[in-house]
Design a protein around this ligand. Sequence first.
Ligand code: GLU
Length: 281
Amino acid sequence: MDKLNSRSHLNSKQRVVIKIGSSSLVHRKTGMLNLPKIEILAREVTDIRNSGKDVVIVSSGAISVGKAAMGLKELHSLKQKQACAAIGQVRLMMLYQKFFSEYGLNTAQLLLTKETMLNGESRINARNTFEELFGLGVIPIVNENDTVETYDIRFGDNDRLSAIVTALVHADLLILLSDIKGLYTDDPNENPDAEFIPEVDLIDETLLKMGKGSTGSSFGTGGMSTKLSAAQIATSAGADMIIAHSEDFRILHEILDGKECGTLFRAHPHEFYMMDYLEKM
Ligand code: GLU
């Protein structure tokens, strides 16, 4: 395939899930919210919606925003994290609602749990809610319902949650925006010889071993291995997936214009049973 045009198909995607990592929403130095960035995100997503596509945002950040709001340096217990999630989630939603309403769109909050996804009836209800929201032209904003999760039964990271949402709503593209440009042969924060991989056709064992490194961020929980698990889920469910840097959210348009940014994982649709993946998490 002509390398120059190898991503032009991304422009015709109809339903896009965009996952935003915690580190992408805050100032690295202070952990406080980066408002101009969130505003740009709202503008970009509104324009994608206005072009006729359905968009879901899976946004992390509840815990780190709650932590910063309370002026806490470290979180020591699960209940402390859950309290911060409860504090931060409303702040996050308030901002999303504010910025999106400036561009004329409504947002909706969907807090999902692994248990809800494991339960067939709840899963169908969640899917119906998404469909209804798409029909209303509303932007669903998803997070894990951290306040009720236990260590044993939870997603624990929004990379895999966003892939499950992609499968649930039959999206055809998942974009993971994080503080890393894409997939490398090794952790680029530790190994200067690590090479960037622009495209992945097949996720095999060798590739999964490359995912051992973390993003090097003190915000959020996803490392490269959770991104690769997300890629396995999303591509098997029939969606392409891109990992790209979140420094400038205008990258969303570049991705949909088919420009070579980030790492593209190509869809490999086959019979997909969400339960198989959920049970392994
Ligand atoms: N649900 C967590 C939060 O909102 C984030 C999980 C993640 O970083 O992947 O803080």
